[in-house]
Design a protein around this ligand. Sequence first.
Ligand SMILES: O=P(O)(O)OC[C@H]1O[C@H](O)[C@H](O)[C@@H](O)[C@@H]1O
Length: 453
Amino acid sequence: MKLDIKLSSSMFKTLKAMTKEQVVAQAVKTKECNRMLEVGNGKGRDFLGWLHFPSSVIEKDMDDIQLTANSFRTDCEVVVIVGIGGSYLGARAVITALANSFGALKNERPVVVYAGHNISEDYLYELSEYLEGKKFGIINISKSGTTTEPALAFRILKKQLEDSIGKMNAQKHIVAVTDKARGALHNLAVKEKYKTYIIPDDIGGRFSVLTPVGLLPIAIAGINIKQLIAGATDMERATSSDIPFENNPAELYASTRNELYKIGKKIEILANFNPKLHYVAEWWKQLYSESEGKQHKGIFTAVVDFTTDLHSMGQWIQEAERTVFETVISIASPKYKVEVPLDSQDLDGLNFLSGKRVDYINKMAELGTQIAHVEGDVPNIKIELPELNEYHLGQLLYFFERACGISGYLLEVNPFDQPGVESYKKNMFALLNKPGFEHLKPGNEIRSKLYDF
Ligand SMILES: O=P(O)(O)OC[C@H]1O[C@H](O)[C@H](O)[C@@H](O)[C@@H]1O
């Protein structure tokens, strides 16, 4: 088994406020938390299906997903992935990381686009306009089957598809990924005879990227799902509680970030030096903030793309409140090679870089940033992947999931619920007069809670 993700950390060289020994001192407690996941005796124990999901995925199920994906790849110019939160971010993370950044502009087919992750009228108008006259399909993903944003987008897109190719043909170009028995999407899919994939009961949305929720869109984008699962399966073994603490990346990461939290580092910034990782970070942001942000506790999660954001957020990170630490995802080797050309005139003064690879310059930016931030009292955790491919991404996703479960238990919260998310929904439904929400305060009373300066 290969464990290719390397984890290292640089702590306060200047303050000496936290040491490696402090992290190692948490080994027993951290391991206990990891065992709680394995034994299933912790909080949220009904939602641990993701823990051994990678190693239990059957070849046959992946082949079936691949078959469906192939038919969408053959039949559609565009595939719309409808979903929000855990029913959207994982697929977008993997597709953005592994697909060509300019694929759509190079006329690679199918183009994958997203809907149901906002309620913007302009976004939906422009999407419908883009789809006009194109052969398109829809993958509608919702665990609960009742989330407003995707339901709304789907209603609009379904009508457009039916109007364009007729109801019978539209049925063949729509797939639902949802609960096996409950929710409006389940009922609709049964009635309309859509091909359906099931999200297991015991896997919550933000832990579902390696189920059909993520695998189907990822396969539609032409990405190798078997390699993704292979990486996740190896990481499942590498993060088991049998693996010694010092060699267990999930335990080390969970323990380090909790120790940092205890000494006042309340914000974790996930940084990358490759824009392809932007949505991996967005996926991570949901995973950790929904899992840990409760009972007035939890690390606040933020995302930066470097070097882009060094020219905006960089100032804050270097010199503002010292409440942050940084976790950097670093890719050791890029896929392609680009060298800086020699310019005989050297008008831009860049000849000192001629012959150097762009990635070498990026790596020096990364090292320079790490040194500057650690010196500026921003502790740094580094997660290194040998390269950005299906296998290592599968490892990374599972690593973050496992560490999240452990970290939530270290914080003594239930990492598998998200009760706080309901508050805005209730107000919104009451304001919209949704049936069943009449008992809540009517619109004007809700509005009267607000006051202006
Ligand atoms: O998959 P769904 O049931 O549509 O849920 C989509 C998302 O929306 C909710 O509000 C939750 O906060 C998320 O955890 C969930 O991933």
